[in-house]
Design a protein around this ligand. Structure first.
Ligand SMILES: [Zn+2]
Length: 216
């Protein structure tokens, strides 16, 4: 039962194609498993399409028609073999989101007791700051805020961020207006996919040093 969804501003930006690659991947990983957001996104896309039809027609550059016809006549590009993708091991029973298709991820790297991180590389944007976090039962991340925004999709297990409980399928959106202290539920480990734009700002000096070392 999904309780936390991306807000309309994020879904609208997803529909309009204006999100950065990392944030777009996070929204897609939520929407693929959420019928509520699939319907919402379809509605927003329909509204966007209707607004486009209301716009006055523009004049195309003279080459446009010739270029389009040439593109239609061109032979299809040769099929390339699917790239080999590397991913870290998951708990048995957990599946990768389809949105991560074609993305590599590093092995789990220890960064604090009971906490591991895997960096995800997006072929469409190598600079996108997307990673997987794997935290043991009862673990708490350091109190932090954000200089930009952080999106989190729960893939496995559950955490409580001081406001609400987040379980698999739930989506969390944090920015500099909120200081949060996510804590994994005692029942088992938690794995999340996250995208950060800007920096995560830790309050403790030690956490700041560790954060800087692992590029958060
Ligand atoms: Zn949703």
């Amino acid at each position: 039962m999904i309780k936390h969804h991306p807000g309309d501003a994020l879904l609208l930006a997803q529909a309009a194609g204006t999100l950065g690659a990392g944030h777009s991947l996070l929204v897609a990983s939520h929407v693929e498993g959420c019928t509520h957001c699939q319907e919402r996104l379809r509605l927003l896309e329909a509204i966007g399409g209707a607004m486009l039809e209301e716009l006055p027609p523009g004049v195309l550059p003279s080459r446009s028609l010739a270029d389009t016809l040439a593109a239609i006549d061109a032979p299809p590009p040769p099929l390339r073999p699917a790239p080999v993708v590397h991913r870290p091991q998951l708990p048995s029973g957990m599946a990768w989101p389809r949105a991560l298709r074609g993305c590599n991820a590093t092995e789990w790297r220890w960064f604090a007791p009971g906490m591991y991180r895997s960096r995800v590389s997006l072929p469409q944007d190598p600079d996108a700051n997307v990673f997987l976090l794997r935290m043991a039962a009862g673990k708490q991340s350091s109190m932090h805020t954000h200089s930009g925004s952080e999106l989190t999709q729960v893939l496995w297990g559950a955490f409580h961020d001081g406001r609400a409980l987040f379980t698999p399928g739930d989506f969390d959106e944090a920015d500099d207006s909120f200081r949060h202290l996510p804590k994994v539920e005692p029942s088992g480990e938690c794995i999340c996919l996250a995208s950060v734009e800007g920096r995560v700002v830790f309050e403790s000096r030690l956490a700041r040093v560790v954060g800087a070392l692992i590029g958060m």
